[in-house]
Design a protein. Structure first.
Length: 460
């Protein structure tokens, strides 16, 4: 919002080349809004504006830029600018940037950093991709349990300026193992001569550096914390993860699930940064699979070609029946996938879900089936056909088909996420198109099987 309001003023100042005025204006603008403004500028103008920012703010602004814009600026930075930006970024921000850059540019960035920062980045890059170790920062404040509150405050004042947060202070033993975490308020209200051990309760929650990043999202949400400590396999404190870091992860995971549920592979970049070739590559695989799946629907219909020839009116209701089953399956799949991802239910709950979805599918199918029977009978009478046994049976055929197809869609949509999770696959792959294709084939078989059973000797 701020960026949109400032854009006309900034454009006017750029046209006048009023660089001093621009510098004064940007000093009061949040870093994220400055980044938004730079995104819309040409590289040669953006680099000039970027040079007007103070070192620390410039690094903060750079961390909010898109990968594409960041690469544009990196390629035109002087060696001094590159050094200023890279050495002022948080460790986790440097790692995130390194992961997305081409090799030659990555080496250029390494060459611009201080030896200490290079060692930090290499340590973090040593953890598996998508792990908490890649997400954490090593800028935090730690104290010892035998220190007094007064000595701890002296330490916090000295090192707190470079820490990502001082809302939580971490207590370690002589071997650097984490033994507690204390909110800063606990230390503030304690007596100055009290020992840290006197206010400890030795109760804390910590992440492993090897945990998946989704675990950090879950833990911060569960315990309502702004930061969580990260330990290695030996319990040694190696970093912290803050809530602003996991918000990005949560957004990425949600986006990935949405892509999978739409029947395509997840994009590795944003939509605007994805090339046409990558876009087609991510989508074509599932489209081919779903197309071949629809051939099964054609095959199923061909098996009932005789019934269709004898009662062509049956074909009119095919879209309604299979779409009802597909809609029911998509609803169930979405509900269960989300419940699994938020840990509302676990894989061991499958039978409880089975019973619950069987009953809900039965009720939904019964409601839609009764409605379908009445509507179809009424519609056929409105077409000018007298209400006969044949008309009643055709309406009942549609109603019963709707009952069983909606039930099948509900059961398949709810059980497939469990099945795929058991195989070690992302349950989001149980996408709406995938369930719909499965229900299409089954729906045709159910519909015509009921039609043959009820209408043989009457219509067929």
């Amino acid at each position: 919002m701020i960026a949109a309001l400032l854009k006309p003023e900034l454009d006017e100042l750029i046209e006048k080349k009023a660089w001093v005025a621009i510098k004064e204006v940007l000093e009061e603008v949040p870093a994220v809004d400055v980044a938004e403004l730079l995104e819309e500028l040409e590289p040669e103008v953006a680099i000039v504006i970027f040079r007007l920012l103070k070192k620390v703010k410039a690094a903060d602004v750079f961390s909010y830029l898109s990968t594409a814009k960041g690469i544009e600026l990196l390629e035109v930075f002087s060696r001094e600018q590159l050094s200023d930006v890279m050495n002022n970024l948080e460790p986790d921000e440097r790692v995130a940037l390194m992961e997305e850059l081409p090799g030659d540019l990555t080496q250029k960035l390494f060459n611009s950093m201080d030896p200490k920062n290079i060692a930090q980045v290499r340590m973090l890059l040593g953890y598996p991709a998508e792990s908490v170790g890649r997400l954490m920062t090593t800028n935090y404040v730690k104290i010892k349990k035998d220190w007094t509150v007064e000595k701890s405050f002296e330490h916090i004042r000295k090192y707190g300026r470079t820490a990502e947060t001082v809302n939580v202070i971490y207590v370690v033993d002589e071997e650097e193992k984490l033994i507690d975490d204390l909110r800063i308020t606990q230390i503030i209200v304690a007596n100055a001569d009290a020992k840290i051990s006197d206010i400890m309760d030795s109760k804390f929650e910590a992440l492993s550096a090897f945990d998946d990043q989704e675990e950090a999202v879950r833990m911060l949400s569960k315990y309502d914390r702004i930061a969580l400590p990260v330990v290695d396999s030996g319990g040694i404190l190696v970093g912290i993860v803050t809530v602003d870091d996991v918000l990005d992860v949560a957004e990425e995971e949600t986006t990935e699930d949405m892509h999978l549920m739409a029947g395509m592979s997840a994009l590795s970049k944003t939509y605007s940064e994805t090339t046409m070739g990558d876009m087609v590559g991510k989508r074509i695989g599932w489209l081919v699979i779903l197309f071949l799946g629809q051939m099964l629907t054609v095959t199923a219909m061909a098996g009932f070609e005789g019934a269709l020839a004898s009662a062509a009116v049956l074909a009119l209701f095919i879209p309604m029946i299979i779409s009802s089953g597909g809609n029911s399956g998509s609803q169930a799949a979405t509900l269960i996938i989300r419940a699994i991802s938020t840990e509302d239910i676990s894989l061991s709950d499958w039978f409880k879900v089975f019973k619950r979805e069987f009953m809900s599918g039965l009720l939904l199918g019964a409601i839609i089936g009764v409605l379908g029977t009445i509507v179809i009978a009424f519609w056929m009478v409105l077409r000018g056909e007298p209400f006969t046994l044949a008309v009643g049976l055709q309406a009942l055929t549609v109603g019963l088909s709707l009952l069983f197809v909606v039930m099948f869609g509900n059961m398949s949509g709810s059980m497939l996420p469990f099945f795929l999770s058991k195989l070690g696959l992302d349950p989001a792959v149980t996408s709406a198109p995938f369930v719909a294709t499965l229900v299409d084939v089954t729906g045709i078989i159910i519909y015509f099987s009921i039609a043959v059973a009820l209408l043989s000797g009457v219509v067929l």
